[in-house]
Design a protein around this ligand. Structure first.
Ligand code: BG6
Length: 471
């Protein structure tokens, strides 16, 4: 059954502004919403201020607004103001929801309030007939995730919980599955016999953008590596699911995460950009990483011995999200006249962020009399080839309203990802400073045998990578 109301805890917050209101507009336009949206917030805003804030958020991010659709959405926005710890807030919300049978309650707030809010909802009976969407990160390590799960379980059955990770809503990330399992060309070589390494980069050229207080308590590992980057990793490494049910997908994900070898301190490099400590909401002696790079191994038959490298950071050289699969060198028997004419390995580069697509680097015969090779790229821009796709949050909100768990995380894979990271969260490695708009600390560059495969089409970047060193 489709939900008949949407409640947004954190309705005046950053996520609502940047992602949720624009997604709601798109849904209204597509005829997928048509229900009231009730914000809950501790900020003492009036309903008019709440609507004006939503309107600004939508106008800032959506081109060619249809004023009739916008007005229809804004007219259906309501706000409940109150402290999340106070029972009255939940009584007000219960009254507001009295006419609705199946609300979706979206907790777009910091995870330390999930339990308090769910208890508040349960006390007034809302959880009996609601779906609850919880944002990432779910906990801050294995122990706290287990505790959070235990306390939520007492209030809500698993089928009413939707653990969101918006990377599961990205069409480009889902495409990894299609690319691997709908093309005979790739799957036979997608293993340790042919693949030399896998590199995943999620870099952002901007900083923490006013989210200091939240970010300083979290850091890059918990903010994006444990969730978004692990989703990309599992899509690249998992076995084919037996079918496209949520269960089959989750069963394969958990298998691959369970095969990750225990991380050692030398597998991880943490960094913090210079200037971070001076930003609003950041502790003067903060040890929080704004960059993390990692090498991990998946000890199973498909991947034994193949290094998977991952890096993510704020204030990096460019904003990009990509996965690079580097194949092993072909034999050099025929084309090895000199060092420079030796064939390069094939590379498949998935561009997963804005202007997503795929580039496949192949060798072709270089012009001229000699039989030597040159590198050529086969490039596809998905938007041009396939048309524009929906934004992740629009797809996920729609799925939660519909009651479809396919694009949400099951608890065992969340716990398993914390289990992988637990050793390095318990014993964080040394923090290295790096200059803003670089590729992070030089130690992260040294982590990768042969170096990181340079992010596609970027040659003009600032290459000073670490304090006092340039490369
Ligand atoms: C969020 C993180 O979950 O994902 C942010 O909290 C990050 O720090 C964002 O910037 C990145 O999302 P996207 O879709 O722009 O890659």
């Amino acid at each position: 059954m489709r939900a008949d109301a949407l409640v947004l805890f954190g309705g005046t917050g950053d996520l609502a502004k940047k992602k949720l209101f624009p997604a709601l507009y798109e849904m209204e336009e597509a005829g997928e919403l048509e229900i009231p949206v009730i914000g809950v917030a501790s900020s003492k805003w009036t309903q008019e201020e709440f609507r004006a804030n939503a309107e600004r958020a939508i106008r800032d991010r959506i081109k060619n607004i249809d004023e009739v659709i916008l007005k229809r959405l804004l007219d259906e926005l309501y706000l409940v103001v109150g402290d999340y710890r106070s029972p009255e807030t939940f009584e007000l919300l219960r009254d507001q929801l009295s006419a609705f049978k199946l609300p979706v309650i979206y907790l777009a707030i910091a995870p330390d309030m999930f339990e308090t809010i769910c208890k508040g909802l349960a006390r007034v009976g809302i959880t009996q007939h609601a779906r609850v969407v919880v944002e990432k990160p779910f906990g801050r390590d294995l122990t706290s995730a287990l505790e959070l799960d235990d306390s939520l379980k007492k209030i809500l059955p698993e089928d009413q919980i939707y653990r969101i990770d918006h990377y599961l809503g990205k069409e480009s990330v889902e495409d990894l599955l299609v690319f691997r399992f709908a093309n005979t060309l790739f799957e036979p070589v997608w293993n340790r016999n042919y693949i030399a390494s896998v590199q995943i980069t999620m870099s952002e050229d901007f900083g923490i953008e006013g989210r200091g207080k939240f970010y300083d308590g979290v850091g890059a590992t918990r903010d994006v590596l444990q969730n978004h980057m692990f989703q990309v990793l599992t899509m690249l490494a998992m076995e084919p699911p037996i079918d496209l049910t949520s269960k089959a997908m989750q069963d394969e994900k958990i298998k691959v995460l369970s095969a990750v070898r225990e991380l050692q301190p030398e597998d991880v490099v943490r960094g913090q950009y210079v200037g971070y400590l001076g930003e609003d909401g950041i502790a003067a002696d903060s040890d929080t990483e704004t960059f993390v790079a990692m090498r991990l191994f998946i000890d199973n038959w498909r991947w034994a011995g193949v290094p998977f490298y991952m890096r993510t950071g704020k204030k990096m050289a460019v904003t990009t999200l990509e996965a690079v699969i580097e194949f092993k060198q072909p034999p050099r028997i025929l084309f090895s006249e000199s060092e420079s004419s030796q064939p390069m390995p094939n590379i498949v580069r998935f561009r997963l962020g804005a202007s997503d697509g795929v580039d496949i680097s192949l060798q072709a015969k270089a012009p001229g009399a000699r039989l030597v090779t040159d590198c050529v790229d086969l490039t596809v821009e998905f938007a041009a080839a396939l048309g524009e796709r929906k934004e992740a949050y629009e797809r996920l909100l729609d799925a939660a309203l519909e009651g479809d768990h396919f694009r949400f995380n099951r608890i065992d894979s969340v716990l398993q990802s914390w289990k992988v990271l637990d050793p390095i969260l318990k014993n964080p490695s040394k923090l290295h400073p790096y200059f803003a708009h670089s590729w992070g600390p030089s130690e992260a560059i040294e982590l990768v045998a042969g170096g990181w495969n340079l992010v596609g089409k970027v040659s003009h970047i600032h290459t000073q990578t670490s304090l006092g060193s340039a490369s």
